[in-house]
Structure formats: structure tokens, C-alpha cells
Design a protein around this ligand. Sequence first.
Ligand SMILES: Cc1ncc(COP(=O)(O)O)c(C=O)c1O
Length: 168
Amino acid sequence: MATALRNIQMVDLNTQYDKIKSEVDEAVREVMGSAAFINGPKGRSFQAALETYLPAKHALPCANGTDALQIAMMAADLQPGDEVIVPAFTYVATAEVIALLRLRPVMVDVDPQTFNVTAEIIEQAITPATKAIVPVNLFGQSCDMEPIMEVARRYNLIVIEDNASHRR
Ligand SMILES: Cc1ncc(COP(=O)(O)O)c(C=O)c1O
């Protein structure tokens, strides 16, 4: 019997959802039932679990990856015109949030082997106006963060890691 071929999706959220459907549906029902949508028990237990898992001093759950980027950049107290280095190969949200806050996105190429930015590529784009770097970890593959953190320390730059695509 012939097997039907399916188109490969760029992003296949339905397949991801199907795998954990009962768990997700149950959690959504619980939150709807409690009507505690913001800072409720579910949000707080997720926050505590994330702080332990990472481990991080603080984790702030929010609505989505775009909000997370915006909140992190606002917390970093960046000023209009400050340059933020960002890979040209990423989802639009990474650069969109930089522009929304009137910062200047400086697009850099990625390494063709990993599709991620490297410390060397970042360092070449640093100017006196550079204030932050947003390495993007894509397709479950992390950037080589140690050398990136070393460059950031040397030039006194803030690092905001974008992990929104890590799940794919
Ligand atoms: C690299 C990257 N950054 C940011 C985002 C934005 O995340 P969200 O769609 O949850 O706002 C995405 C979404 O796919 C992404 O892939």
C-alpha cells in the first residue's frame, strides 16, 4: 500500500501539540477554572521550576518570546541609538524588538556550519556605540557561548540570549 507523503512544514505546531495534547488541555482547563491568568499559582510554580532548572537567580514568565526579548531589553536600560548586534539569520522578532525600542540593530552573518553567530563575527561588528549582543540559539543548537561571554566582558556589553527557537 502506498504511503501518503506529507509536506514538510517550516513550523509544525500541530504535531508538537498532538504529542502533549492531554497535558496541555488539562493545564489550560485548570487555569481557566481558577481564572488566575497573571501571576497565579500555575505561573508561579512554572517560575520556581524554571529558576531551579536553569538554574537562575530570577526567571520571569511572560506571554511569548517577543515579550521576553522586549522585557529583557527594557530592563537593560538601553538608550535610543544604542547598537545591538543581532544575527541576520533569525526570526523577525529578534530585530523587530530592537527597532521598536528605537535601538539600532546591527545585523551580522552567521557561521555557515552552525547557522549561529560566533565570538569572532560579533567582535568585528563592535563599535563605540555597541551596548548589547543578542546571540540566537537556533534549531536546538546553542551558540558557543563561552567565547561570546568573554568578548562581552572585554567590551562591557550586555548579552541577551534568544532561545525562542530552541524548542524546534
Ligand atoms: C529566534 C526567535 N526569536 C523570537 C521569536 C518570537 O517568539 P514568539 O513567537 O513566542 O513571540 C521566535 C519565534 O519563532 C524565534 O524563532
